[in-house]
Design a binder for this molecule. Sequence first.
Ligand code: PEP
Length: 258
Amino acid sequence: MSSRTPLIAGNWKMNKTPSEGAELARALAAQVGTESAVQIVLCPPFTALASVSQAVDGTHLAVGAQNMHDKASGAFTGEVSAAMLRGLHVSHVILGHSERRSIFGEDDAFINRKVLAALEASLKPILCVGELLSEREAGRTNEVVRVQVEKGLAGVPAGKAEQVVIAYEPVWAIGTGKTATPAMAQEVHAFIRGLLSAQFGAETAGRIRILYGGSMKPDNADALLAEHDIDGGLIGGASLEAKGFIELVRSASRSLGG
Ligand code: PEP
């Protein structure tokens, strides 16, 4: 058990219209809207942020975006800024998801600018890192994760480091049904905590949440969340139905007792 408040975040990806999103958010709010031991963040697509924010207003549920641009405004067709997200009561933003890196070509320098812009706007970045299967098989997991963490967090002031959340998401486990074993995940989480400690000091590193992501489901969550350095989950597929997502919140709550 650690002193860090567990965090369960649902990454809805490109799913749910504004009304479908509000319906799911209301169902979640009815069941876990007063949960205070676990922080819960719903990350719908941009178009459902307003309706989801409204649906969770007055509850403990928080709302996150799945991406943003680092600039404040200007000629960036199709993009949104941190201030625009703040205007919709968004508190978190997923940055550097492997789908953004691989499909949309985002590199560590761009992701780093977004992390800094998010913090500047008082948005909490959920920085995603993780290796490809080929990189794991070549024994390069730590090297890949180290570069993504160090470049992603370059220039983050120590005073704001606790606002950052890291999500370790082995790319081969995302949406594939393959999960890292708890021991495999813990090994990388502990390695990441060491990197955070080198950059920000042990005390601050001890307060930063490191989530696991990659086919986390009710039947594997207890074992993953029991690991010392796994502080919650970034959930894709299993966040689209209220029942499974609520079970994950319950797992995180149980992990506090262990
Ligand atoms: C994700 O995309 O962040 C994710 C973890 O997806 P899934 O849970 O579906 O593997």
